[in-house]
Design a protein around this ligand. Structure first.
Ligand code: FDA
Length: 315
């Protein structure tokens, strides 16, 4: 299984493998996880999700942008996205990464470039979530967040990762500020100095942080597809008399759609994270590496989508 996972991670970085995926019916399969490359595509997926009782958070894929032109383009896309979500009555918000908007170029540039997006968010009354990247960026991300919070921006929130030892302190800090937190397990390979390594430890931390957020936080987002974590959350909310309007579940577009709609039907708030953009290929490879069983889904979609029945490797 590790061999398959490592191969998928390698494919995520290989130009030749990218051509195979982007120029074949595999592109169709990718649409399960990434509805398309344009703002139109993500808005269509958002409308569909709204129609099934889910709210959304839209993410323009990209990170570690090193050029001013690239970071400005990302800001332009977010400005257009927010304006159109507002104009078209989409029930949603956006998620972005500081490094996508120019954090690595410099603080002054980030303030100016992200400032445009923040102004649009304020005008449209929409919320911005700052995704969390690897532990090299945790402190920088939280510092940047507090800088913008200190300037008076309020409709902004962070992500904290249950696998990091430090997160309990960060949860208390965000609760003290009154800032909205998305809690997730954490997606990066982190060393034991900073992160729990065992699944049971990560899950234990997730439950502990979830309880503090539900009891003391401001409308936290509990981001997981793990039914044990979801059950722990609904059980805790019921036992403490915490209403369904005080928090939400969040899941990735295309992952456990059955669970997303079931929770929404039961009356819980559920938000789907819908990524879009030209950078869909490495994102797809990460989702496959997380759960290689998704390859089976991919095989099924090829059988349905190619006129030849099968895409044989020799073709
Ligand atoms: P876990 O990995 O234990 O999976 C539980 C079950 O979920 C699996 O058994 C399977 O059934 C299902 N599942 C999980 N992944 C799947 C997949 N790709 N395909 C199909 N089924 C799958 N991380 C981060 O570091 N920074 C961030 O900002 C965010 N943001 C974020 C937003 C949202 C809305 C979500 C849902 C997740 C994130 N993450 C994240 C990712 C998160 O840290 C984590 O890596 C994944 O959510 C997987 O962890 P689970 O909690 O789902 O549990």
């Amino acid at each position: 299984m590790d061999l398959l996972r490592n191969s998928l991670i390698y494919m995520g970085q290989s130009a030749a493998a990218k051509r195979v995926v982007t120029e074949t019916p595999l592109r169709g399969m990718a649409r399960r996880f990434v509805p398309g490359e344009t703002v139109d595509d993500v808005l269509e997926a958002a409308r569909e999700a709204n129609g099934t009782g889910l709210t959304v958070t839209a993410n323009y894929l990209g990170e570690s942008v090193k050029t001013e032109a690239g970071a400005r383009r990302a800001a332009d896309v977010y400005v257009e996205l927010l304006e159109r979500m507002h104009a078209e009555g989409i029930d949603g918000n956006v998620s972005l990464k500081f490094t996508q908007l120019g954090q690595e170029i410099g603080e002054a540039f980030l303030r100016e470039n992200l400032g445009r997006v923040l102004h649009t968010a304020k005008q449209t009354g929409l919320f911005i979530r700052f995704d969390m990247e690897s532990s090299d960026f945790t402190q920088r991300t939280l510092d940047a967040f507090e800088m913008f919070w200190g300037e008076g921006w309020r409709e902004i929130g962070v992500v904290l990762q249950a696998y990091l030892h430090r997160s309990i302190g960060d949860v208390h800090r965000m609760n003290q500020l009154g800032a909205r937190v998305r809690l997730c397990k954490g997606a990066y390979a982190e060393p034991p100095e900073v992160a729990f390594q065992e699944r049971a430890e990560v899950d234990g931390s997730f439950v502990e942080l979830m309880k503090v957020l539900l009891a003391e936080g401001r409308y936290p987002g509990i981001a997981t597809h793990d039914e044990a974590m979801i059950r722990a959350t609904t059980d805790f909310a019921k036992s403490e008399g915490i209403g369904a309007d005080r928090f939400e579940f969040q899941m990735l577009h295309g992952v456990r759609r059955d669970l997303q709609t079931r929770l929404a039907e039961e009356g819980w708030n559920v938000r789907a994270y819908v990524p879009f953009g030209e950078a869909w290929y490495p994102y797809l490879m990460r989702r496959l590496a997380e759960r290689p069983a998704n390859m089976l889904f991919m095989a099924g979609s090829i059988v349905q989508e190619t006129p030849f029945g099968f895409l044989w490797p020799g073709r």
